[in-house]
Design a protein around this ligand. Structure first.
Ligand code: M6R
Length: 365
């Protein structure tokens, strides 16, 4: 059932245009209004909500980081994102004016479920973004947003992440339009761009050989750093996690501005740095960060939007993603990082779909 692919992970990477399409189009009516069947939050409910917590583990947590950005920017509600295993043990400030959003592919992750129950006990409204229909997290929530990724078999999450991103954008745009914090024109521009995502993801997938070549050159590197600013940091975390879990290479992701506060001490000759530079207003800052690490001997793979060629002067290699609005770049920029991690793991002879010590669904503490 791998349909000709060597691994489920590659099959699932390639299923992303479809998953994104389904997750998006099932929520848009003919006039492109967002219709959320499983969500009953009214304008009145929303006006009461003064705090949002997004709680999740691993990749789902990384999608939550993008959710924070989108909800704060579009709907103007303060958001905290936290890993479930921390949230559940720290007596967080939650009351009946809190919206708790759980994000989980499986809907069975024990820590996420326990955090959800704790928030519910304290009176929060519970909304979940889940892939598996009828799973525990979905059943115990007031409102459910199902991602339409289809079954995800590989331990490394790929299509669940991109569909979670779509969910985050749709939820935040829906909240914004209900609250009146975005204009119709702004809304239309985001929806128009979201609708182009399946084709833009496909364009990156079609060019996978370029990334495979980079992987074949770099697979022996034992220390890989992912850097970015703004939304790019959240994608850096996800790219780094992908690499660690399937290739067993030590990797770390940090905000590029934090480099000089410590981590740059580890950058030396031959280190691989993947530098995301997709955010227009942070582009120049990222170019300086790239120059900093290169000056210490790092080999830099840059990720930038097509047309932003300036980066070629600083990075050793550049992977271009199709142009899009800055707020939406994670949907595209994660794709080359998934492909890079995949081919590096394959080149190292790793069992990509079933990495050692990892389970698909973590139902124990
Ligand atoms: O099923 P969940 O989304 O709740 O799972 C959360 C994490 O266990 C999961 O994303 C994990 O980090 C993946 N192996 C990442 O690729």
């Amino acid at each position: 059932e791998k349909e000709g692919y060597a691994h489920f992970m590659m099959k699932e990477i390639n299923e992303q245009p479809r998953g994104v399409y389904e997750t998006l189009h099932r929520r848009l009516d003919k006039e492109d209004n967002i219709v959320l069947d499983g969500i009953k939050i009214t304008k009145e409910d929303l006006d009461k909500i003064n705090k949002v917590y997004i709680v999740a583990c691993g990749t789902a947590y990384h999608a939550g980081l993008v959710g924070k950005y989108a909800i704060e920017k579009f709907a103007k509600i303060p958001v905290d994102v936290e890993v479930a295993s921390e949230f559940r043990y720290r007596d967080p400030f939650v009351d009946e004016n809190t919206l708790f959003i759980a994000v989980s592919q499986s809907g069975e992750t024990l820590d996420t479920l326990a955090a959800l129950r704790e928030a519910k006990r304290k009176g929060a409204r519970i909304l979940s973004v889940v892939n598996v229909v009828g799973s525990s997290v979905a059943r115990e929530s007031d409102d459910v947003f199902y991602t339409w990724a289809g079954p995800e078999i590989a331990v490394a999450s790929t299509k669940a992440y991109t569909t979670q991103l779509i969910s985050m954008y749709l939820l935040s745009l829906h909240m914004a339009m209900t609250k009146g914090t975005l204009t119709e024109e702004q809304y239309k521009a985001y929806i128009k761009e979201l609708k182009e995502m399946p084709d833009k993801i496909q364009a990156i997938l079609d060019d996978h050989e370029t990334i495979q070549q980079l992987a074949d050159e770099q697979f022996n590197n034992e220390n890989v750093f992912y850097i970015g600013r703004g939304l790019d940091v959240t994608v850096a975390y996800e790219g780094s996690l992908k690499l660690k879990e399937i290739s067993y290479i030590h990797s770390e992701a940090i905000a590029a501005g934090e480099l000089k506060h410590g981590t740059i001490a580890l950058i030396e000759e031959g280190r691989l740095v993947v530098a995301l530079a997709t955010q227009d207003k942070l582009y120049d800052k990222m170019l300086s960060n790239i120059q900093e690490v290169r000056a210490r001997g790092a080999y830099v793979i840059g990720v930038a939007k097509k047309g932003n060629k300036e980066i070629e002067k600083s990075a050793d290699k550049v992977i271009y993603i199709p142009d899009t609005l800055d707020e939406l770049t994670p949907i595209l920029s994660v794709i080359p990082l998934q492909i890079l991690a995949y081919y590096i793991a394959v080149a190292r002879g790793c069992d990509v779909d079933k990495p050692k010590n990892l389970a698909k669904s973590v139902t124990v503490e």
